[in-house]
Design a protein around this ligand. Structure first.
Ligand SMILES: *Cc1c(COP(=O)(O)O)cnc(C)c1O
Length: 454
């Protein structure tokens, strides 16, 4: 008989493996241990039948199978709006609001005064109007959804939409403006050139090519520099057709010099934009959400469009969003307490002190590093500040970065110049303490044994 069937026969019975899993962890129930044992045994069988050699410890695999796949991590990358790490961390207020709204029921669609059915939008409408100067507004599931819905509502009947060739961008995850227009049911009229688009180009699109709408899209994750020209929003709004302005990130805090490059929602509306859309979890610093604000007739059309139901925001993000927006009533408080805004302005001395502690935990040194905003915002902005550079003896940088990622509380770092950098900009005070612990314990455990030679 083949070696293969031999190793198959050597696999433990489900119950025996489940008992071994149970023995190590009193929090696991019998049914959970059995499910995990079954899953890893099935996987092992497939591998063995495929002729692969696999002798990883089944008990450890089954335990790993039971650890939740989505976990809290420590972001030591220095990238503030890190899409792979869930973008914006929430403020304390927003976290409290989520806890409250998830602890039982919540009046998501109930008017408590009248006791009648209410609208999910009622929670955000007044705040959005107050903060942006819009006549009306509401939230959907994400920024991409907001842009799609705005286009579908105002141009989904096949209308021609003028878009500058310099703004036909891909945001990431396959979100490409020409495709979004097509999905929305609109027809695209490309205007101008990649680097220069002028007012006359738009006028020709409207007069000669029948464009009935203008879409402006913030370039977000790239910049054209040098011999460039775009038409300011105020001029676009004077061309006699409705303008949808997808500003991307939605800077609402004002007066943050580092955000001066981001288009301002309030300014777009004041200039006369019909609908402005932006993300909730980029520089707004809230949960994943997309916001649509603007003229009441246009917002109402978006609200009544069938896609609105498919894109509606969930109860927990809604709670976090309302709490986040409310903080902007006091812009100074927003800048202090909304994590992404606070991280942008973290004082150098505080960063230096944290970097020193992180460096000491790993026997490294403090270096000057460059952080990023990330999340498709401000691609050229470099946030320079001190970071801890770790290069303990016996470790390769990739090995250490991996070991830190595999810690009980994973710590994400970046590798620069053969060393592991841990950037304190994206860690709060408590997280710096946790990161110190992770670094010290990981290095104390030693580098992984070298793989056996061939
Ligand atoms: C990020 C972005 C989007 C998509 O928003 P998500 O919140 O990522 O869905 C759409 N348009 C622009 C201009 C963006 O920058």
């Amino acid at each position: 008989m083949s070696d293969r069937s031999g190793s198959l026969r050597a696999l433990p019975a489900v119950d025996r493996l489940a008992d071994a899993v149970l023995a190590g962890d009193p929090a696991v129930t019998h049914a959970e241990a059995t499910a995990a044992a079954r899953a890893v045994l099935a996987e092992r069988r497939v591998r063995l039948l495929a002729g692969e050699r696999d002798d990883a410890d089944l008990v450890a695999l089954a335990r790993a199978h039971l650890t939740p796949p989505l976990r809290r991590v420590l972001n030591g990358t220095g990238v503030i709006v890190h899409t792979n790490l869930g973008r914006a961390p929430l403020s304390a207020d927003a976290r409290d609001a989520v806890r409250a709204a998830s602890s039982g029921y919540a009046n998501v669609e109930l008017d408590l005064g009248g006791g009648r059915r209410g609208s999910r939008d009622a929670h955000t409408r007044a705040l959005l109007c107050e903060l942006t100067g819009a006549e009306d507004g509401f939230a959907v599931n994400n920024g991409a959804g907001a842009a799609l819905l705005a286009l579908a509502a105002l141009a989904g009947d096949g209308r021609a939409v003028a878009v500058s060739r310099g703004q036909l961008v891909e945001i990431g995850g396959g979100f490409r403006i020409p495709d979004v227009l097509a999905q929305a049911g609109a027809r695209i009229v490309e205007v101008g050139t990649t680097n220069r688009t002028r007012r006359e180009d738009y006028e020709r699109a409207i007069g000669g090519q029948g464009a009935e709408l203008i879409l402006r899209v913030h370039q977000s994750n790239f910049r054209t520099v040098g011999f460039v020209e775009e038409v300011p929003i105020a001029q676009l709004c004077g061309l006699g057709v409705p303008v949808i302005d997808d500003v991307g990130s939605g800077a609402l805090a004002g007066a943050l010099p580092r955000l001066a490059d981001e288009p301002d929602v309030r300014a777009s509306l004041a200039a006369g934009a019909t609908l402005v859309c932006f993300s909730g979890d980029k520089l707004l610093g809230g949960p994943q959400a997309g916001l649509l604000v603007g003229r009441s007739d246009a917002v109402e059309r978006a609200r009544r469009h069938p896609l609105a139901r498919a894109l509606r925001i969930g109860r927990l993000p809604l709670a976090a969003l309302v709490a986040t927006l409310a903080m902007y009533r006091d812009p100074e408080r927003a800048r202090r307490e909304i994590p992404v805004l606070a991280m942008l302005e973290r004082p150098r001395e505080a960063l230096a002190a944290a970097a020193r502690r992180l460096a000491e935990a790993g026997g490294g040194e403090v270096v000057d590093a460059i952080g990023r905003v990330g999340g498709g915002a401000l691609p050229l902005l470099e946030l320079d500040g001190p970071a801890a550079a770790l290069a303990p003896a016996g470790w390769r940088a990739e090995q250490l970065a991996e070991a830190l990622r595999r810690a009980d509380t994973p710590l994400l770092s970046r590798i620069f110049d053969g060393r592991v950098l841990v950037d304190p900009r994206t860690l709060d005070a408590e997280e710096v303490r946790e990161a110190e612990g992770v670094i010290a314990a990981t290095i104390a455990a030693g580098p992984p044994a070298p793989a056996p030679g061939p």
